[in-house]
Design a protein around this ligand. Structure first.
Ligand code: NAP
Length: 316
């Protein structure tokens, strides 16, 4: 008799995906295994684990891949691929899938939400009302979004969806990508510093790679200036966080809206004390609707693979 197919789910993700995977495969819940017992656990089940399901926070690194000699596919519940050792997967002939498109609208909405929340200081305003301070003085004036110049780093799926939304607010759109988009009406900047100089709001929406780590550094922040705002819905490591925090504390940057952080879930103490910063816990794609669509796509990719059919959203 064939050994049942084992699927290693790295993080809990959702009850729905756990149920769907359990119906079809032997599901191993990696997050439930204490860290010091994980090596033994992988050794014990390596004769059945043929698939790994991770996400944008934890995927399949070289150590995990090496521990699974029968691994055939890594199906990521994410559109970012920075937590998967793609080189190793290529070498070993391991297929990789992801969930682009499904989450584009949600993450673009989040970028606009963080932009508005930061400019209009909505979290601070909420605290102001709840604390009773409203009874004694009017809330401070804030800044409008309409008509601002928005610079987008990475005019991919999410970046383009952000541009579309920002246009509806009457904003002018500038962007930087690896290459200029021939059919785009937005203004292209080869240099991120020049993009920041010409923008009032800088939104990070590119993929995290060796080249884009700290693409927003001290020089870019200074180019954006004391009234500028940085929004990051991509990955924490795109921004030099120490430089960002210093600029915010010293008043060299106007504000920041951050869905992702460099060492999440760790948050620098100095960031927590700042009213011109809006923080969210990497929830850009975390709606019931989108998570279900992402889960379905992960399951469909696994089914296609194990039935020798074409993958729906292959990376490798
Ligand atoms: P995508 O369609 O693949 O777009 C990626 C963009 O990154 C492209 O515009 C690409 O430029 C640009 N890029 C890649 N390397 C670059 C470089 N060296 N310099 C400048 N730009 C570079 O991906 P997507 O679906 O829009 O997703 C973008 C990222 O969002 C993901 O990688 C992920 O990290 C993040 N994300 C976050 C959340 C969240 O919950 N906060 C959810 C989903 C995704 P070209 O167009 O020139 O190739």
């Amino acid at each position: 008799m064939d050994t049942p197919i084992g699927v290693l789910l790295i993080r809990p993700l959702s009850i729905y995906i756990q149920q769907e995977l359990s119906k079809r495969y032997t599901l191993f819940k990696f997050w439930q295994v204490p860290p010091d017992l994980r090596r033994d656990f992988l050794g014990k089940h390596s004769d059945s684990i043929k698939a790994v399901v991770g996400n944008g926070v934890q995927g399949a690194d070289s150590e995990l891949i090496d521990a699974l000699p029968l691994l055939e596919i890594v199906a990521s519940h994410s559109s970012g691929l920075d937590k998967i050792d793609l080189e190793k997967c290529r070498e070993r002939g391991i297929r990789v899938t992801y969930t682009p498109d499904e989450l584009t609208d949600e993450v673009a909405d989040m970028a606009i939400l963080l932009t508005l929340a930061t400019l209009r200081r909505i979290c601070e305003a909420d605290r102001y009302v709840r604390s009773g301070e409203w009874k004694y003085a009017d809330f401070r004036l804030t800044t409008k979004l309409s008509g601002k110049s928005v610079g987008i780093i990475g005019l991919g799926r999410i970046g383009s969806a952000i541009a579309k939304r920002a246009e509806a607010f009457g904003c002018s759109i500038n962007y930087h990508s690896r290459s200029q988009k021939p059919n785009s009406r937005y203004k292209y900047y080869h240099s991120v510093i020049d993009l920041a100089s010409d923008s009032q709001i800088l939104i990070v929406a590119c993929a995290l790679t060796r080249e884009t780590r700290h693409i927003v550094d001290c020089d870019v922040i200074d180019a954006l200036g004391r009234n500028g705002v940085v929004i990051n819905i991509a990955r924490g490591s795109h921004i030099d966080e120490a430089a960002l925090v210093s600029a915010l504390v010293e008043g060299r940057l106007g504000g920041a809206g951050l869905d992702v952080l460099e060492n999440e879930p760790e948050v620098p103490d100095r960031l927590l004390g700042l009213d011109n910063v809006v923080l969210s816990p990497h929830v850009g794609a975390s709606t019931v609707e989108t998570r279900k669509a992402m889960a379905d796509l992960v399951v469909e990719n696994l089914e296609a693979h194990f039935l020798n059919k074409p993958l729906l959203t292959p990376v490798i």
